[in-house]
Design a protein around this ligand. Sequence first.
Ligand code: SF4
Length: 291
Amino acid sequence: MIGSIETLIQMAHENKCTIGHAMIQYEAKTKQISEKEVVEKMKHNWHVMKESVRTGLEEPKRSKGGLIGGEAKTLHDYCAVQPNLLSGRNIMEAVSYSLAVAEVNATMGRIVACPTAGSCGIVPGVLKKIQELDNLSDEQIAEALMTCAGVGMVIAHRASVSGAVGGCQAECGAASAMAAAAAVELRGGTPEQAGEACAMVIKNVMGLACDPVAGLVEVPCAKRNALGASLAMVMADMALSGVKSVIPVDEVITAMGAVGRSLPESLRETARGGLAVTPTGLALNKKIFGE
Ligand code: SF4
């Protein structure tokens, strides 16, 4: 178990490589398999992720609870006709991809939990947009997924990646931090800059509640995937420009864990607080479950 981003950065420097490549070496050694096998497994995950983006955009369906479905396509279609998007084409297309995967999850379709099913759209949304932009190979994305894996491992160790333990900061926040670190590495940033992006993402989602309406991973989950994808891209660019987090990344993650533990139970996936208990949230719960 790797317990700090600082360790990931050291591993990368010792091996004169990215965090992603150092994680490939680590995984190969730990699992007693070749580095090629690690990359192949991640390429397989990447194919599933890309297919989930495609399915969400091309075959939109209403979710099991009926609360979401089709918004990814709506946004993607809007991006195609709007030449002057307020927040920029790259971000909004990444957001449409992340929504697509979240919608596929809500129809019980096939996704890669990354780190969880609720937050499954963020990493594929960001990485797919960067693959298109920079014409990257699936091998390069597989390495970036190992950057994500390293960051996710540290967050799970120092804090949590479970909404029931640490709120949505632990799910969509962790996914966004993973995606931001991978985005920095794909754009040629240093391991330190990957860590800064990770820190700056988590600082901005600190305390985010887990409050699923009717207890279903639909509302607000899909739109929190949109938040996570956009935040990852903004913070990756900030880190690449040289902006740093005043609080070191490992301290930020530890603080996130403490904040998560101090959240009331009503805001940790119980559907007893936040949006779940708004008049509309309660009415939807009644409509779906009749109680
Ligand atoms: S609100 Fe809760 S269930 Fe939904 S994505 Fe966030 S952590 Fe997961």
